[in-house]
Design a protein around this ligand. Structure first.
Ligand code: SF4
Length: 277
């Protein structure tokens, strides 16, 4: 959803990280060219260990996913032995392997409520963790990570956008900070935002997430007017993929993403427990 427009246009499938990984597991191709960042390609490799997973932009990483390591998580676990670990899909394979269950921005509340423990170590996104806290009686212990793109969207952006588009509906991603979430009309994952806009009877929307998503609206519901909440909300890592890199990856079958079997097996457990609910 956040890729450059020309990359989205040549893709067999566009979506959020989990949708893509699930589809990659069920689609026929033996090779997956994952146009995204490293944790997404890793997740695909974990779910589909028999497929070749390529990440055309080998240096495309997620700064939020890199804000926690497996060793740091082990330390927190040792301090809160009564808590379950819920990890956002935006984590490395090693962090997933240390987690009890994985979640996405669309199912995080259900995942948290599904575990038997009353205390939850939630990693790595503090904003998503605090958003989930609004909908659960369980105690969330959020890791202090954040998305450098969503976290820079401010209430000032909201005031400005509301002034420019007073009739528009404001949708924001739960990776935004709590003050921005408080001012939104709807809070949803990227796929949830796309579904909402395309199905709503209204015609004007302010979109509070990475600006690459606007290309989906141009393709899928071009009769709607969608304005970015912050035009500067661009993830430079998501923009590292281009058509030349995709072509080169297909020719050379490199750069290939693999996850050691022992880590992949445990990480797959956290993902499968999520899928089971
Ligand atoms: Fe990571 Fe945020 Fe970029 Fe997504 S938009 S890859 S969460 S930094």
């Amino acid at each position: 959803n956040y890729q450059p427009a020309d990359v989205q246009d040549i893709a067999d499938l566009t979506g959020d990280s989990l949708e893509l990984s699930k589809a990659a597991a069920t689609m026929d191709g033996e090779i997956i060219v994952f146009c995204g960042v490293d944790f997404m390609a890793e997740t695909a490799a974990i779910i589909s260990p028999d497929k070749t997973v390529l990440l055309p932009a080998s240096n495309a990483c997620c700064p939020m996913a890199d804000m926690i390591t497996a060793d740091e998580l082990k330390l927190v676990k040792s301090r809160h032995t009564d808590a379950a670990v819920v990890c956002y899909v935006n984590t490395s394979g090693e962090v997933k392997a240390e987690s009890d269950i994985c979640c996405t921005s669309s199912n995080a509340v259900n995942v948290v409520n599904s575990v038997k423990e009353d205390r939850i170590i939630f990693v790595p996104d503090r904003n998503l963790g605090r958003y989930v806290q609004r909908f659960t009686k369980k105690e969330i212990l959020p890791w202090e990570g954040f998305c450098i793109v969503h976290d820079q969207i401010t209430t000032g952006h909201v005031r400005e956008a509301r002034k420019l588009h007073p009739d528009a509906i404001l949708l924001v991603h739960p990776e935004c900070c709590p003050e921005v979430i408080d001012l939104a009309d709807q809070v949803a994952s990227t796929s949830g935002i796309i579904r909402y806009v395309c199905n709503a009877p209204e015609h004007e929307f302010i979109i509070g997430t990475e600006v690459g998503i606007l290309h989906r609206f141009k393709r899928e519901c071009k009769e709607k007017n969608c304005y970015p909440l912050s035009p500067a909300a661009t993830c430079e890592n998501m923009k590292k993929t281009d058509l030349v890199k995709v072509r080169d990856a297909l020719v050379s079958l490199q750069p290939r993403i693999t996850v050691p079997e022992e880590i992949a097996d445990r990480a797959r457990g956290a993902i499968e427990r999520m899928l089971a609910i």
